[in-house]
Ligand binder design. Sequence first.
Ligand SMILES: Cc1cc2nc3c(=O)[nH]c(=O)nc-3n(C[C@H](O)[C@H](O)[C@H](O)COP(=O)(O)O)c2cc1C
Length: 289
Amino acid sequence: MSWTTIDRELCTQCGICVTRCPMNYREVEGAIESCASGATCNLCGHCVALCPTGAITHHEMDMENFVDIPGGMPVDFEGFKRFVRERRSHRIFEDREVPGEHLEKLADLCRYSPTGSNRQTVQITFLRDRDRIRRLSDHTVDFFERHIDELERKARENEAAGRDLPQTTRSALTLIDTLKRVVAARKFGMEVIFHRAPVVMLFHSPVETSTPKDDCVIASTIVTLAARALSLETCYIGLFEFVANRYGPVVEELNLPVGHKVFSILVLGYPRLKFLRTVDRKPMKVRWL
Ligand SMILES: Cc1cc2nc3c(=O)[nH]c(=O)nc-3n(C[C@H](O)[C@H](O)[C@H](O)COP(=O)(O)O)c2cc1C
């Protein structure tokens, strides 16, 4: 049986489903037939969402979750631009817990972000235990402390031998001054990995999916914007990504599902500082071909 069925009473044979998805809908002797299956349908839901008369039922999806769109745009361009321009990375937070309902809302919102081939494999781990967050921060700085020397040595040896460095090592080397600052900062009692935030959000996915990094970053980026509508602010923590997926004590502590890697990290909380101005940015370099 097809994953979708068409209510003959409601179908006007307008053909929109065929136009959008000729893999799963076709016109046979004046009537539209559906032939959706796991081999041809990636559960995008477009056929149901486009049908003008609501004639299509998708049996693999929750039909209750297809909600009528009232029409018109909920935001205008200038409003959205303001929202994007006024987002800032926040690293100083109030000593206040974030209600679980807010975190649940943000996690639920991520369901609606797009994923490569509509795989929807992104998962979120929330860290809220301050001791655990502190421990993970310490492990991260320990890792950097040990690896700075090793990285520099590898770079020297490879240069002397005229060998190219692996890409991950080259990326790490561009960060070496930052890593040194992070190690020095701990000596002054600073917490420069998670910035003493009350919440850390890890976006992870099985590595073996279509576009795991993109999917996680898109979801986390939606959170950076949506959180602001709940008076919360965020900061990406790329420094932790490198460590989360390779340093034994951290891997053990995170205990991610088998085959998963962390691809994006945010800290989140109520900001203590209020930005009064937007900031300047370099002009966007654009090519028109
Ligand atoms: C992918 C990515 C990784 C980042 N990693 C860190 C990080 O590890 N620690 C940190 O404090 N800020 C981090 N940031 C924040 C950037 O430093 C910040 O976005 C940049 O300076 C611009 O400032 P703004 O976000 O306020 O516009 C990261 C940002 C991005 C996009």
